[in-house]
Every structure is written in C-alpha cells, then in structure tokens.
Write a protein that binds this ligand. Structure first.
Ligand SMILES: Cc1cc2nc3c(=O)[nH]c(=O)nc-3n(C[C@H](O)[C@H](O)[C@H](O)COP(=O)(O)OP(=O)(O)OC[C@H]3O[C@@H](n4cnc5c(N)ncnc54)[C@H](O)[C@@H]3O)c2cc1C
Length: 564
C-alpha cells in the first residue's frame, strides 16, 4: 500500500476535562471535524485524545473544534498510521491483527499499544477483568498493609507520653474497604479504559486455547483468527506438594486477603516479598504470626545487612522467624494446622489456626495447546521468550508473569507495549531490565536497584561500598523511626553508582532517585561526586541517599545539619 494516502494518527493533549461528560464532549467535537475517521479519549483523566484522520486534515481545525467545546488542545504527536502488515500465512483476512490473552497489566498494555499503532486488537479474559495486580495482588495487599500500619501506629506510638488509643480491628469492615478499592480501580483502570478504545479493542470473555498460531478457541466453541497472538495469562500461587495437602485447606495470598475472619495464629511458609508483606500485615492486625523460611535468611537475594536488619525489625513487632525450615507434611489436629518440617537437620513441628503458603508463582500455561503449536515451555512451565518477547513460534509472543520474569506489574506492562510493537510492526526492540527498581512493602520497606556487593564483585568490578544507618538521616530521627540503613555499591574506577539498597520507612520513595543516578551514570557519566553536589531537601528520607554518598569520604557523624 502506498503511504501517500495513508491516514495519519494524531495525539492531542487536552486541558480542562474534569469528568466523563467532558471526555464525551471532546470526542464528539473531534468526530465532527471533516476527515476525522476516529476520535478516542481514553478517560478524561488521561488528558489526551487520539485520532485517525485523513491526510488532508488541518491540525488547527482540530484545536479549534476542541476550543469551541470549551477545552484547550495542543498537538502532541502526528505520524502516519502504521500500515497494517499482511497477515502471515495464506493472506486470508483475519478477524484481528492481534489477539491478546489475559487482561492483566501485560495484556492491557499490549492491546492498547496495538490500538495506538492503528491495528485492530481483541483481548480475551477467562477470569476477573484486570488480572492479578488490581484484583488479588498489588492493590489489595497495599491497601491492607496501609490499614495495618495505621492500626499498628495507633497502638505503638513512638512519641513517649503521647496518648494513643486503638480499638480492635473490625475485620469485616477492613476487607470491605479493600474490596471497594479493588472494584473502583478495576472499573476505572481496566473496564473503562478498554471501553474508551471502542472498536479498536474488542473484549471477549471466556477461557482461551490456541488451535494454531493464528486461531484462538474459546470454551464456548467460538474461534477467532489473528495475524499474531500475545500470551499474557499470568501466574497463580505455587503450592509445595506436601503429603496431607489434599486434606488440609491452606491459604494462598488470594484467599488470605479475603478471609471472613481474622485468624488468631498464622504460619507463613516463605520468606520473600508476599510472605513478608502479608505476614507483617496479619501480625500488625493482631494475629500471632510465625514465618517459616527455607533459606538461612529472609530475602536471600538482597544484601545480607538488609536481611538481618529487616528480621530484627520484624521480630521487634513480635513476629517469630524460623529459618532453615523444609516443610515435610501437613495435617489437621484439634482445630489447628500442623506443619512437620526438617529444621536445620532436625525434625520439628509448627502449628497454627491457619497456614499461608507464599512460595512463589506457577504459570498459567496448562491446557492451552501451546506445545502443540511449537511454543516451548521451560521445566517449570513458564513460556520461553527471546529478548524481543517472541516465543519459539514466531507468530506468538508472551509477556508478564507467564514468562517467569520478575513478577512486577510495571515489568509486565512495559513488556506488553514493547512486544505488541515487535509483533505488529517488526519494531525489533529488546526489553531492557538493566535498571530495575524494586520494592518490598514491609515496614521498613526494602527498596533496591542495581547490583548487590556480591553481584558487583562477581561481575568483575573493582568496587567500593558505603553503609549509612538510618539514625544519621534527619527525617528518620524526626519521625523517631530509625530502623534501617542505606547501602551503596559503586565502581571505584568510574565513581559511578552500581547499586543502591535501602531499608527504611517509605524506602520505595528513595529508590527511584538512585535509579536515575544509575541511568545518568550509564548515559552521561553521572558520578557519586555529582550526587553529593546536588541539593536535597531537608528533612526528607531521600536525603539519606546524599548522606550515604557522603559516607564514602566523610564520617557523617561529624556533619552538621545539611552540611555538604
Ligand atoms: C499478593 C501480591 C502482591 C503483589 N504486589 C505487587 C506490587 O506491589 N508491585 C508490583 O509491581 N507487582 C506486584 N505483584 C505482582 C503483579 O501483580 C504481577 O506481576 C502482575 O499483575 C502480572 O501481570 P500479568 O499481566 O503478567 O498477568 P495477570 O495480571 O495475572 O493477568 C493474567 C490474566 O490472564 C487471564 N487468563 C489466564 N489464562 C487464561 C486463558 N486461558 N484464557 C483467558 N484468560 C486467561 C487471567 O484470568 C488473568 O486475568 C503482586 C502479586 C501478588 C500475588
């Protein structure tokens, strides 16, 4: 197809929209301009409109139409609409250019990118719209963590002599608040956003299975065809195959966050993010919690100093931590659940009202017909992809938790957009996870980016490190909460930051600054000396990053307030 007569895609920035009706007014105003074939406002909060227009359409006419409707518009981008590639194979017209399976962060990003590039996409959901993050992952866990923190703070006020009072937890209300937030965000961020893409993204409901690398069958027998297929089916909680598990009901992160009654006691099997976040949450709400961790320390991929300090902080809150535990069997006895285990070489038994299994995730790849069409899985069932997120069948791509990568929704979303562009436009982009900030939402939070000291040494760097206890951070002192530390790992030769590892209240708010320092270090040679020269607001937690950088060459105990 010649591009001379190809429609253009225009993105407008719109100011002044304050509700759904505004989005409708703007859409209608734009659709009224001659030559506009499509106009979409993906929710008024987006502050933008995307249009497909004939090549002759004048941008000023669009801006004027929006102004007449009472809003302000400016052209953000204009480009030729992508010329949809002929579907591979026999050249027959297919139902869609892309079929995405799964409406989680990865699938949504893929479908939206396809629509933005001018392609027709379908997205299939066999379970609850929105997938893990909004329904049973990030959103419910973080709101429960916040609620538990507020309750805990009311009981454990750090300011001596200040009277505080805490009523008992109203468990039903707590779960109801959580469910309300989940429902609100699912509607606003998934259902409404998809609807705003109109015919460009078709939502299909049902459990999907691949019939070929161009055909997807739904459980009700319907079959849809597409040029390319994107698998974004996510993962579910992994269960250890313990003798007795068929008879004893144990909790997963999903069921734990929906309990109708607060357990009096809880055994948590696992020692990483989900186990720690939920373990501390239940403990703060008044459940007696014991963590059973197989390794010799919590979060074994993190700096040992951070593991140790986190374990201390949790123990101060009356969580019990037992490391070196290999569960062997489970049974029920007198209303209690009993886990027998090998504990550092000896047999041991642990019992509680409930047991939460939080030992990782297993992929949703069963019964999908993947191997039959040449999509290879690894030994744990995760889909093998290359750096451009293509599977071993070139017409099928995969993103998110189902590929076994870091289980983070922002990674799934970044992968979804990139994979859609690769699949449809042959963009050939690789997913770059070199600088990947991560947060574990315990209190104090564990936030990290880049290499640990051990990883940097293994990579062959000549390194230097600094460790700053939080008691040198004025913000932490003022809050009377000095639990934690900041550890920096740097390259001695270039003075560049290689890794930052934080254990601090709201440590997640610190880590992105370190991530930027690393990125600018790679691109522009930004150094620790540059970081020390920067102004950091007093008193903020992120000021700790500057102080940790100063710790490389000064004794911070000798510094006056804000002294450079
Ligand atoms: C308790 C918990 C807390 C978390 N906290 C955070 C956090 O704070 N920050 C963070 O970044 N990440 C967090 N995560 C991880 C994050 O939620 C996931 O990494 C992310 O949601 C994965 O997105 P996805 O698109 O790969 O898959 P999912 O969101 O799991 O979506 C997959 C979708 O595919 C559907 N599906 C599966 N099979 C089929 C089929 N055959 N046919 C049709 N549909 C199908 C499923 O129903 C599901 O809706 C957390 C996870 C958990 C469990």
């Amino acid at each position: 197809m010649s591009t001379k007569h190809t429609p253009a895609r225009i993105e407008l920035e719109i100011q002044g929209m304050t509700c759904d009706a505004c989005a409708l007014h703007v859409t209608n105003a734009l659709k009224g301009v001659a030559g506009v074939s499509e106009a979409t406002v993906p929710g008024w909060q987006s502050g933008r409109a995307t249009l497909a227009v004939e090549p002759a359409v004048n941008e000023a006419a669009l801006v004027e139409a929006v102004a007449k409707a009472g809003y302000r518009a400016a052209v953000a981008t204009r480009r030729q609409a992508a010329v949809p590639q002929q579907p591979a194979g026999n050249g027959h017209k297919r139902d869609y250019d892309l079929i995405v399976i799964g409406t989680g962060g990865g699938g949504m990003a893929a479908a939206i990118k396809a629509a933005e590039l001018g392609y027709r996409a379908a997205i299939i959901e066999g379970g609850t719209m929105g997938g893990t993050c909004v329904n049973i992952g990030c959103v419910p866990s973080k709101t429960l963590i916040r609620a538990a923190a507020a309750y805990h703070q009311a009981r454990q006020h750090p300011f001596k002599g200040i009277q505080t009072r805490a009523e008992g937890v109203d468990w039903t209300a707590l779960i109801q608040h959580k469910d309300e937030l989940v429902a609100e965000l699912r509607q606003a961020k998934y259902v409404d956003v998809l609807a705003a893409y109109g015919d460009n993204i078709t939502l299909l409901r049902g459990c999907a299975r691949l019939k070929s690398d161009h055909e997807v069958a739904l459980a009700d027998g319907r079959v849809f065809t597409a040029g390319k297929i994107m698998l974004a089916t996510g993962a579910k909680p992994r269960m250890l195959s313990l003798p007795g598990l068929e008879q004893v009901e144990v909790l997963t992160s999903t069921t734990a966050m929906s309990l109708t009654q607060q357990p009096e006691s809880l055994l948590v099997i696992g020692g990483r993010a989900v186990a720690l976040e939920l373990g501390q949450t239940f403990a703060r709400l008044g459940t007696k919690v014991m963590l059973l961790q197989r390794s010799s320390r919590l979060i074994p991929e993190h700096e040992p100093e951070i593991s140790t300090a986190l374990a201390e902080a949790l123990c101060q809150e009356d969580l019990t931590i037992q490391t070196g535990v290999k569960p062997l069997a489970i049974r029920e006895e007198a209303g209690q659940k009993v886990v027998t285990a090998n504990v550092n070489g000896e047999e041991g038994e642990f019992r509680a009202e409930q047991v939460l299994m939080a030992v990782g995730r297993t992929p949703n790849t069963q019964d999908m017909g993947l191997e039959e069409i040449g999509v290879e899985l690894d030994t744990q069932g995760f889909i093998k992809v290359n750096s451009r997120l293509a599977t071993t069948n070139p017409n099928v791509y995969a993103v998110g938790d189902v590929t076994g990568g870091p289980n983070l929704v922002y990674v799934a979303a970044a992968a979804g957009g990139l994979a859609a562009a690769n699949a449809l436009n042959g963009a050939g982009q690789s997913l770059n996870l070199n600088i990947l900030p991560e947060v574990i939402f315990t209190d104090p939070q564990v936030a990290s980016v880049g290499l640990t000291e051990a990883e940097a040494r293994t990579s062959g760097y000549d390194i230097k490190t600094s460790t700053l206890p939080l008691e040198y951070v004025p913000r932490a002192l003022a809050a009377r909460n000095t639990r934690g530390l900041i550890k920096l790992v740097a390259d001695r030769n270039s003075d560049r930051l290689l890794g930052a590892h934080v254990l601090a209240a709201e440590g997640g708010e610190i880590i992105q600054t370190a991530a930027l320092a690393m990125k600018f270090g790679l691109q522009y040679g930004f150094t620790l000396a540059n970081l020390r020269e920067m102004l950091f607001p007093y008193l903020t937690q992120v000021e700790g990053l500057k102080l940790a950088a100063q710790t490389f060459e000064k004794d911070v105990a000798q510094l006056s307030c804000c002294a450079g």
